[in-house]
Design a protein around this ligand. Structure first.
Ligand code: PEP
Ligand code: MG
Length: 955
């Protein structure tokens, strides 16, 4: 590095350059690639690059040039004159240069550029002669003074524009292009006056003076507010500064044999292996960008006959010959670029009077579809190996390929029409269009109506819009195409459930204010009614007014191929979080090798189950209380004698009678639920034949299931023969101040053992039934939210008893495992003790993150986005595992657990299990598998393959 930074200026010309791509950190992306292109013999106009290290020293010296730079610039300018055979300021054929910024990471349009440098009163004559177009020469000159004044010297741009307007009026014309050479000469004089008045000095006439100012301006633009902001937003850190590229000007606007354009070596939207791009005849790069004239597709270049230019004196045949030759040259360049860079490149080109030049190249941005196709095609073409192909794809991009998406053109039209209203968190990918529903019931009703209408062929979907969702909304979510919430983070209820369902969700969108009572919702200040259509993009978090055309996910051939390759490298298992046979099936199709988390509570919400579930919840506490009292009375009886003993006996009898009611209700509820659960599990075991299925026992706080609405309370009261007030009272008794830290997880198993026992029985009976039907079942019973090993010991013992009981009556043995989730910091710290009673560990990193940071996972939307923006946090820790903090607990948990049981199987089932950087962490931490929602299975497989390749490369 030391030597490279001593050299302040790097020269380049076709076939020979001091720099190369590897010096991007020093020469910037543009400078390094100009050098590289020159080295491989592409037609690059000669020039030189002042390094970013010089920029750094410039700032360190208080905006002064470091020693030696002046001499180096002089030498390089001389060399440039020699190589081009042209002199700066020459009155016959002057050398003109562009001065452009270029940092190691692209910051498009953020820093300064100056074109046509070198023009003065002499050189303008030369340019007129050389181009044979006086008007063109003077137009270049006036543009240069304007650009130099504005960019390098900070003269107000409007002053020049006002003068131009004056001249147009004076000449009686509408456009600048209609101004004559004489008009432009006058303008140049006026512009010089404006320059002098506003800078206090004459316009500099020597190229060196101009160049010094221009280089200073480009350096300084590194620290202009928009560049600083851009680096902040795009997390660009640790660069030296910007390099400055001084390059011979070539003009795409020197008549009809000149043109300018941009190209891609393959189609960046589809990946098709064909030169792609646009060109504009007789134009400069800025005309293409400004969109004043519509460029033509490069594929039309060979047929270009200049018929759009009736004044042309070139014959159609001649034009076609010339343009077709240029097209061939571009195709040749495409091949050379790809062969050299081994990746899709984008590039800028200009033809000046029939000579083609390359002005820039870099790795081209592409869509997910294109990325996959290009990687697979390039492998087939022998350009790259499988490892490189796999490493080329952003795992996150893959997710886009698995969901319905907006048609690209339709989305861009909607943006142009100003229909993009607000942005929330991209909580669950995919896109959805539908009618607004403001309650879960409305959503279900509207979805049913739409379904009926579907038979007539004109149905719309439904989008559930809520302040936030709760378990009671499950039915409505299920009936909807997408979910939009005003509050909540990436692991809020809406986000987790929607991801599990593979449904599009935008969460925590602060600009959404639903008012279900009024039947309206305000989005970014505009009021909508229930039934109005909106569109959501769950991959970007955008909310649109009206509808946008959707396209189906395509598991294209290339994508399948890429996924096959992951299997050759991946070492860590990829399982799925699935609650239904359908989800399990889908995940299997995407390559899941087991279920790492089946959340049983989701099964409780189905319409025909919620009543017995509620009955169970309402009666379990009473049963617990009475049983405890009976036990106390029995204990007391043991100690007592005579009359006192009789009193205790009587008390026991009374309590037992009292217990009969609630226990009867509890048991009848459990009996109603058990067969339903058993059926659920049978479906899942069947779907996952031959693979492990991890079923978690009940986890959420009981009150989440309870009826809050008076109607629901009345219904339940009638069912149980209670008064409605009693139901209401019981519901309110079960409310907790901090339910997430309250009576949930294995704490329920400890206090209401009947519930866990019922679930374990359902699991094991289902397993036995399946095994008896020849299905290879591998049940893994998971006990959640363990904080102390004693909790696990007690719950395990109860579960084992049930398992043994079921197996005693079975005709076949079913091996099962009982393990636990590590989601409380204490469990990680005491993992050695916990492992004594666990056959496996599964890290519940949602809760572990919540409890390590002390952030409520349902309330992070209120401050975490700001934390990320202010760089207090590098990212939302509920999306991207906090490797430094939470990750350390994970590593500790694995290490201590395996101290006790060296072969302990360890996985992760928090949302991080499908996030690429977290998957990579899990591999490095030595986990056996990651588990994620079905739609993220391919993402996890790719990330898993990548980390295995990366680790091997490090070794
Ligand atoms: C977790 O906490 O990471 C987990 C998977 O459980 P849940 O999200 O259901 O609390
Ligand atoms: Mg949890």
């Amino acid at each position: 590095m030391g030597d490279a930074t001593d050299k302040q200026v790097y020269f380049f010309e076709q076939g020979n350059a001091d720099g190369r791509t590897g010096l991007k950190w020093l020469l910037g992306g543009k400078g390094a690639n100009l050098a590289e292109m020159a080295n491989i013999g592409l037609p690059v106009p000669p020039g030189f690059t002042v390094t970013a290290q010089v920029c750094k020293e410039f700032f360190e010296k208080g905006n002064e040039w470091p020693a030696g730079l002046d001499k180096a610039v002089d030498e390089n300018l001389e060399r440039l004159e020699e190589v081009t055979g042209r002199d700066l300021g020459d009155t016959e054929d002057p050398l003109l240069v562009s001065v452009r910024s270029g940092a190691a990471q692209s910051m498009p349009g953020m820093m300064d550029t100056i074109l046509n440098l070198g023009l003065n009163d002499d050189a303008v004559q030369g340019l007129a002669k050389q181009s044979g177009d006086e008007r063109f020469a003077w137009d270049c000159y006036r543009r240069f003074i304007q650009m130099f004044g504005d960019v390098a010297m900070g003269v107000d741009h409007d002053l020049f524009e006002e003068e131009l307007a004056n001249q147009r009026e004076k000449a009686g014309v509408k456009y600048d292009s209609q101004l004559s050479a004489d008009d432009l000469k006058e303008i140049v004089e006026k512009f010089k006056d404006i320059y002098a008045e506003n800078t206090g000095e004459e316009f500099p006439t020597t190229a060196k003076q101009q160049l010094v100012r221009a280089i200073d301006a480009v350096f300084s633009s590194w620290n202009n507010p928009q560049a600083i902001k851009y680096r902040e937003i795009n997390d660009i850190k640790g660069l030296l500064g910007t390099a400055v590229n001084v390059q011979t000007m070539v003009f795409g606007n020197m008549g009809l044999t000149s043109f300018t354009g941009v190209g891609f070596t393959r189609n960046p939207a589809t990946g098709e292996n064909k030169l792609y791009g646009e060109y504009l005849i007789n134009a400069q790069g800025e005309d293409v960008v400004a969109g004043i004239r519509t460029p033509k597709s490069v594929s039309e270049l060979p047929e270009e006959d200049l018929s759009d230019f009736p004044e042309s004196d070139i014959s159609a045949e001649k034009a076609q010959e010339l343009y077709s030759d240029m097209y061939d040259q571009l195709v040749d360049i495409k091949h050379k670029l790809e062969k050299h860079y081994e990746d899709m490149q984008d590039f800028e080109f200009t033809a000046q009077q029939g000579e083609l030049y390359m002005l820039q190249t870099r790795t081209g941005k592409r869509t997910a579809d294109a990325a996959v196709k290009i990687a697979v095609d390039m492998h087939e073409e022998g350009l790259i190996d499988e490892r490189t192909a796999l490493l080329r794809i952003e795992p996150k991009q893959v997710e886009q390929l698995l969901h319905k998406r907006f048609d690209i053109d339709a989305k861009s039209d909607a943006e142009d029409e100003g229909r993009m209203m607000a942005t929330g968190l991209p909580a669950s990918p995919g896109a959805a269009v539908g009618k607004i529903a403001l309650t879960a019931d409305d959503a279900e009703e509207m979805a049913a109506e739409e379904e009926a209408r579907a038979e007539e062929g004109e149905a719309a979907g439904v989008i559930l819009v809520r302040e936030e969702t709760s378990p009671e909304d499950i039915g409505g979510m299920d009936a909807s195409m997408g979910v939009l919430t005003a509050r909540g983070g990436m692991t809020s209820h809406a986000a987790v459930v929607a991801r599990g369902m593979g449904k599009c969700c935008v969460a925590g969108c602060g600009e959404v204010q639903p008012d279900p009572d009024a039947g309206t919702v305000t989005i970014a200040g505009k009021e909508f009614e229930e039934g109005d259509i909106i569109s959501l993009d769950g991959s970007t978090g955008e909310v649109f007014e009206g509808d946008i055309e959707l396209v189906e996910p395509e598991l294209a051939g290339a994508f399948g191929q890429l996924m096959e390759w992951t299997e050759d490298f991946r070492e860590i298992g990829v399982w799925t979080n699935a609650d239904t046979p359908e989800d399990a099936q889908r995940a299997k199709e995407f390559g899941a090798e087991g279920i790492g988390l089946c959340r049983t509570e989701h099964m409780f919400f189905e319409e025909d189950r919620i009543t017995p579930v509620r009955k169970m919840m309402l009666n379990a506490p009473e049963v617990r209380r009475l049983r405890k009292s009976i036990q106390e009375a029995k204990d007391a009886k043991q100690q007592a004698a005579g009359k006192e003993r009789e009193q205790h006996e009587q008390r026991i009898q009374e309590l037992q009678e009292e217990l009969e009611g609630p226990e009867g209700l509890l048991n009848s509820a459990l009996e109603a639920i058990e067969p339903e659960q058993r059926e659920d599990f049978e479906g899942i075991f069947e779907a996952m034949d031959g693979m492990p299925v991890t079923i978690r026992l009940l986890d959420p706080p009981l009150h989440e299931f309870l009826p809050n609405e008076p109607d629901a309370q009345a219904e339940l009261a009638e069912d149980m023969g209670w008064d409605q007030e009693d139901v209401a009272e019981r519901v309110s008794e079960l409310k907790e101040f901090n339910p997430m830290l309250g009576h949930r997880g294995c704490r329920l198993g400890m206090t209401y053992p009947d519930i866990y026992k019922m679930q374990v029985r359902a699991i094991m009976e289902a397993a036995v039934n399946c095994a008896e039907n020849g299905i290879d079942v591998q049940p893994e019973i998971m006990i959640p939210l363990v904080g102390s090993s004693e909790e696990l010991r007690v719950c395990r013992e109860a579960a084992e008893e049930v398992c043994q009981d079921v197996l005693a009556d079975a005709s076949t043995d079913v091996p099962y495992r009982i393990g636990t989730m590590l989601e409380i910091p204490r469990a990680c710290i005491r993992a050695d003790d916990v492992a004594e009673h666990a056959d496996f560990f599964s890290f519940g990193t949602n809760d572990l993150t919540q409890m390590t940071f002390g952030y409520s996972r349902d309330d992070v939307g209120t401050f975490v986005p700001e934390y990320v923006e202010r760089e207090v946090l590098p990212s939302d820790p509920f999306q991207v595992l906090d490797q430094e903090g939470v990750g350390e607990l994970v590593e500790m948990g694995i290490e201590r657990g395996r101290d006790t049981k060296p072969d302990l199987k360890v996985g992760i089932c928090g949302e991080h299990g499908g996030e690429p950087s977290s998957v990579k962490f899990c591999h490095r931490a030595g986990m056996n598998y990651v588990s994620c929602s079905p739609f993220r299975v391919p993402v996890a497989r790719l990330a898993a393959a990548q980390v295995a390749i990366e680790v091997a490369q490090e070794e």
